[in-house]
Each structure stands twice: as structure tokens, then as C-alpha cells.
Design a protein around this ligand. Structure first.
Ligand code: NI
Length: 264
């Protein structure tokens, strides 16, 4: 049976400090929460410090990879020096993507103009390195799409997708992958579930965003990769295909986008 690929997590978070290694041992093995087990996990950085932590985790665990970049929340701390350091970190063979990068107009922790500039600059960087990007888009769909439209060589993933079906069509047309998190299982996520039909099977991904966004019936609890089984189950139901088939498809898709075909 194919194990699952969690395309977005933050296991460097302090919420895992007490039991991180034990948890890893538990989730990579098939268990009662997730009969598939976890094959790979991508940890995503949000600034220099966390990007380094993600590389450290990937160096210590064969099933982990890292993404490095500045989250829109941290955009105000971005600089030419930071860019150089992200570029340097990206040369590690454990780093498979630039991220997470994007725009967050829900919290607006950094001014929007700064967010846009930092997003755009990191897209340039990813294009130069020919690496996929992990996009964080919260309540900023229009500007995210506008900025991507002028970065024609960028490719990658919309993480924890939250757009409409109409937007999914555009995202697919631009060559991007769509990754669904536990939010797909939330009661209120009617439009999100509707969007699934516009995403072809070969562009579908699943993720947790651990420790956040635990799917129903774990909503509100600390999330971990094994709970992603609930998201996979929901997605298989919406796509009307057997769950083990979708497990293999999503895992193969992740390996393709991250240049890991043949791994594990
Ligand atoms: Ni995240």
C-alpha cells in the first residue's frame, strides 16, 4: 500500500517539542488513525530561522524534506541579506521548494505593499533556481493571481487551497497544483468541496499544515500527518474513486512536483 505524502507541515513548531520524535515514529507507521502510514513530509519555513530548522529536521529524518522562504506575516523582516540567505539555504539537497510565500490579507501582519514586493521577489528567486513555490493565499486571491500572471516561469502549489471552483480553473491553467488541508472537511466548506471537481487528479495534493487545521473529527486539536487520512477520505468521496488509488495518485503527484520520482 502506498504511504501518504504530507505536502505542508510545521514540525519545528514548539507544540511538538514535548513528543516530536515519538510522534514521528508513530505517524510513519500505518496505525488506526491512518492505515496508509506517512511516506514523506514537507516542512515549510516562514523566515530564516524556521527555514534553517526545517532543513535540520530533514537532515535528521529520511522521510522529511524542507521548503525555505518568507511567509507574508514575516515580510517586513525580508531584506537583500535575507534573500541571499534563502538562496544559500535552497542549495541544500534536502530543500525541494521555496515557501511558504504569498499574501495574507486576513491578518495583515505586514503592510500589503511589502507583502506583494516580498512575494514577487521570492517568485523571481524560485524562477531563477527553477524550483517550485509553496503559495500561502489568504483572502488575497486577486492579488496572488495578478502577481503570478507576471511570473510566467513560476510553478508549484497552492497550499491549503481556499479559493473557488472558478479560481481553481485558472490555477490549473497556470500549471499549478492544488493542495487540500483539513479545512476540506469543515462543515462550512461547501464552496471549497465544490472546487474539487475543477482539479484534475494529476494536480491534486493533500497536506495537514500541522499543527494547525486538524480535520473533522479532530478539529481544534493539535494536527499531525496521520490525521490527513480524513482529508484523503473526503477527497476520495468527492472524486468518487477508491481511497487507495487516490493515496497513490496524490503521493506520486507530490514526488513529481518536488523532483523526487523514484524516492521511497
Ligand atoms: Ni503553513
Amino acid at each position: 500500500m502506498t504511504s501518504l505524502f504530507d505536502t505542508h507541515a510545521h514540525y519545528n513548531d514548539e507544540k511538538f517539542d514535548a513528543d516530536r520524535e515519538q510522534l514521528f515514529a508513530d505517524i510513519i507507521t500505518p496505525n488506526e488513525v491512518n492505515p496508509f502510514g506517512i511516506g514523506f513530509i514537507l516542512n515549510c519555513g516562514t523566515d530564516i530561522q524556521t527555514s534553517r530548522e526545517c532543513i535540520g529536521l530533514a537532515e535528521a529524518h529520511s522521510f522529511m524534506r524542507a521548503a525555505v522562504g518568507f511567509h507574508p506575516h514575516e515580510a517586513s523582516a525580508y531584506s537583500v541579506e535575507a534573500r541571499d540567505e534563502i538562496m544559500r539555504l535552497a542549495s541544500s539537497d534536502k530543500v525541494v521548494a521555496i515557501g511558504e510565500i504569498g499574501l495574507d490579507y486576513h491578518y495583515d501582519f505586514s503592510p500589503r505593499e511589502v507583502q506583494k514586493q516580498v512575494f514577487s521577489d521570492q517568485l523571481d528567486l524560485a524562477e531563477k533556481l527553477n524550483m517550485p513555490v509553496i503559495i500561502h493565499d489568504r483572502e488575497a486571491h486577486g492579488d496572488v493571481m495578478d502577481i503570478l500572471s507576471v511570473h510566467k516561469n513560476s510553478f508549484g502549489i497552492f497550499h491549503s487551497y481556499s479559493g473557488s471552483g472558478e479560481m481553481a480553473k485558472q490555477v490549473i491553467k497556470m500549471g499549478f497544483y492544488v493542495s487540500y488541508s483539513g479545512s476540506l472537511t469543515f462543515n462550512s466548506a461547501v464552496n471549497l468541496r465544490e472546487s474539487v471537481k475543477y482539479v484534475p487528479l494529476d494536480r491534486l495534493l493533500i497536506e495537514t499544515d500541522s499543527p494547525y487545521l486538524a480535520p473533522v473529527p479532530y478539529r481544534g486539536k493539535r494536527n499531525d500527518s496521520s490525521k490527513m487520512y480524513e482529508t484523503l477520505k473526503k477527497l476520495a468521496e468527492l472524486k468518487e474513486i477508491p481511497i487507495d488509488e487516490l493515496a497513490k495518485i496524490t503521493s506520486d503527484n507530490a514526488k513529481r512536483i518536488f523532483g523526487m520520482v523514484g524516492a521511497g
